[in-house]
Design a protein around this ligand. Structure first.
Ligand code: NAI
Ligand code: AKB
Length: 373
């Protein structure tokens, strides 16, 4: 069958072509018409004037969660307020709405997302929308839709419009058969949560689009992130944020993981710094497209001891949540991030003592329970 042979030869040539995918110009364009919901480029969410050659034009999806507002703040400092558009499906609080451009964007609405990218001449996209590990297990169909279907929309739009795309992955992309102490970049990944499965899918699809279509896909696997001014969105590592609030408010903390559950963690400033760094690194420096990043690793007991150095009267009890514990027991205990350190000079600033001191200075340990009494 000569035709079949010719086609298969062409396909195999395509698949064997250069690792960077630069020679491949086919892009996965979807055949769609015009959206009924046109968004004007000068829509009321603030019109912009900018020099495209100076700065990227940035869109952040899922930007009202624990990490997005901080990322917008960092990127606006670097690229200018009007060049960074925060988006979500939720209503922004006043301070966020007035701090820079905000727009409604549902990542499940492909046409609307495409219009936003086109009308605002977006060049970089940070894709933060997701359902995290614990809430994902509570609603698997929604997690599958947001984390997998939503990612497909973002990938196609990014490839079609030649965007640089950042998608975060997680320690949750590993599972019980992965080496856990430490966990390297490349090893078995068989997660047992819909969150983890969707993140492995995102890593693989992003890398596939990179090699197949030349998409500039960049991905960091984040540890559990700890922040003072934003609340976590329903994950397994949330306890490590809650302890600070409860210590200050009530002097009591009930932990939903066992005292000896060791997980990799990171202060938000380090996480956002790494995210900006990896997006700015010249492509030639990246030997991979998905990197672990690491800062510290601790158990609830070790965190509580460090917190008690600031609030000695803190009482910690344990009431284990079986779902979260089962998830944590399958996750990495320590993360090996040597490749990130080697390729683009990644270096964290915060270890456990600095993290705890910084959290209390941010939250104002003046309001601590001891002083309130
Ligand atoms: N916070 C952490 O400890 C870690 C976060 N990550 C990843 O970083 C990213 C951001 O995380 P967080 O800010 O903590 O998440 P979050 O759960 O706090 O926020 C996610 C946001 O996505 C939005 N969203 C949900 N459905 C949507 C839809 N259909 N369209 C648009 N937006 C939608 C939600 O409204 C929410 O504001 C996520 O992809 C997460 O997997 C990875 C590892 C650790
Ligand atoms: C580590 C994460 O990805 C997140 N914080 C979660 O616990 O689900």
């Amino acid at each position: 069958m000569p035709v079949v042979k010719t086609v298969s030869r062409a396909v195999s040539q395509l698949l064997q072509s250069s690792g960077c995918g630069c020679g491949i110009s086919i892009v996965p364009v979807r055949c769609i018409g015009v959206s009924p919901r046109q968004v004007a480029s000068d829509a009321s969410f603030h019109s912009v004037s900018f020099s495209e050659s100076d700065h990227p034009r940035v869109l952040i999806t899922g930007g009202l969660g624990q990490l997005g507002v901080g990322l917008a703040k960092l990127l606006r400092k670097r690229f200018g307020k009007s060049n960074v558009i925060l988006s979500d499906i939720r209503k922004p609080p006043d301070n966020v709405f007035h701090s820079g451009p905000f727009i409604f964007a549902d990542i499940l609405d492909y046409k609307n997302l495409r219009e936003i990218v086109v009308n605002n001449r977006i060049t970089w996209l940070f894709h933060y929308s997701a359902l995290l590990s614990a809430v994902g297990e509570a609603n698997v169909p929604l997690a599958r839709a947001v984390n997998i279907t939503g990612l497909h929309n973002v990938l196609d739009i990014a490839a079609e419009h030649n965007l640089r795309l950042f998608v975060p992955s997680t320690i949750g992309a590993f599972g019980p058969t992965s080496p856990r102490d430490p966990t390297p970049d490349l090893c078995i990944q068989r997660p047992r949560t819909i969150y983890g499965v969707s993140k492995v899918h995102a890593e693989l699809m992003g890398e596939y689009y990179h090699y197949r279509y030349g998409l500039d896909f960049r991905c960091l696997r984040y540890p559990g992130i700890i922040s003072a001014d934003s609340q976590p969105g329903g994950g397994t590592t949330d306890y490590a944020v809650q302890i600070f609030h409860d210590a200050i408010k009530t002097g009591k903390f009930q932990c939903n993981l066992k005292p000896d559950t060791r997980l990799p963690m990171m202060y938000i400033d380090d996480c956002l710094k790494a995210t900006l760094e990896v997006m700015e690194v010249p492509a030639e420096a990246l030997s991979m497209r998905t990197y672990n990043i690491s800062a510290m690793s601790f158990t609830p007991e070790e965190l509580a001891q460090e917190v008690q150095k600031h609030i000695p009267e803190l009482q910690v009890t344990y009431n284990v949540d079986e779902v979260r514990q089962a998830i944590a027991d399958n996750w990495p205990m320590n993360f090996d991030d040597r490749n990130a350190r080697r390729d683009w000079g990644w270096k964290h600033d915060y270890d456990l003592p600095e993290l705890v001191t910084t959290m209390f200075s941010f939250l104002g340990s003046d309001s601590r329970i001891a002083q309130a009494n």
